[in-house]
Design a protein around this ligand. Sequence first.
Ligand SMILES: C[S@@+](CC[C@H](N)C(=O)[O-])C[C@H]1O[C@@H](n2cnc3c(N)ncnc32)[C@H](O)[C@@H]1O
Length: 296
Amino acid sequence: MLAYRHAFHAGNHADVLKHLVLAQVLQYMVDKGKPFRYIDTHAGAGGYLLKGAQAQKNAEYREGIGRLWSRADMPAPVADYVRLVHDFNLPGPDEQGNPPVIEKGYTPPLALYPGSPSIARALLTPGDALRLFELHPADARTLMTHFGGRRNAQILNEDGFAGLKSQLPPTPRRAVVLMDPSYELVGDYGKTVAALRDAMTRFAEGVYMVWYPQVSRVEAVQLPKRLSALAPKGWLHVRMTVAQPNRQGFGLSGSGMFILNPPWTLHATLEAVLPWLTQQLAQFDGASYHLEYQPA
Ligand SMILES: C[S@@+](CC[C@H](N)C(=O)[O-])C[C@H]1O[C@@H](n2cnc3c(N)ncnc32)[C@H](O)[C@@H]1O
């Protein structure tokens, strides 16, 4: 039933865009100095072995995080995101619990890729809460192993579309929601819009981030427009096209993020970063980006 496994795609160009934007939004919330709730409706496994059989099948990470890994000339927001991935790859404490000795400037080999829950865990403060929905039992178990012991963390082996309403409005009234379905079922597009429409009626002040694939499917093309209708208080839409569809017209050409109630700083940050990032991740001459902002 649940055929999609994110391990096949971990660290690809779509993860780069998604996690760069996620890190920017979470850092903005943390910098405000007030606790908030991070809700991941489709959390995945939380981390991925890039040398594992699934990630190695098409080695998608090589055209994503792999292209940025050893660069010394990254714009600051990209460098901040890549640093989170670096830190995820550093060795942990030894058997006695002593922290590893790491030389300044050391770049570890790229062996692991953090999922969205790990990006969040790296940025959140102890006062912030994590709510991780994941329907796949194996991935939910992995999340439980790695996040279950964290104070203020709940792992929910449930449908994140339906479960979101149980988390809103949060206490205190600050929240960031990441909705990152696999869209393996075409009904996911409609469920995304319906879940966010409901969420906006419960908690209109929330920051809601939706990832979507750039594929030849009318539902994917229409999704940003449908989401913009939910956001009287402002939205931001970013899409990065890095590849051409295959000969049959299918395949992932790029991906987009639609954010309801984005931090006001996000547009300028992305405007500065996208020309560079698109160039680095381009797989054909026509690579491009699209950035639209409707301030509140
Ligand atoms: C694209 S992956 C998530 C990746 C993760 N957010 C990240 O950025 O690292 C989508 C995940 O949603 C899970 N899933 C599918 N349908 C779901 C549902 N209705 N509710 C919760 N999780 C679901 C899949 O098992 C998969 O792990």
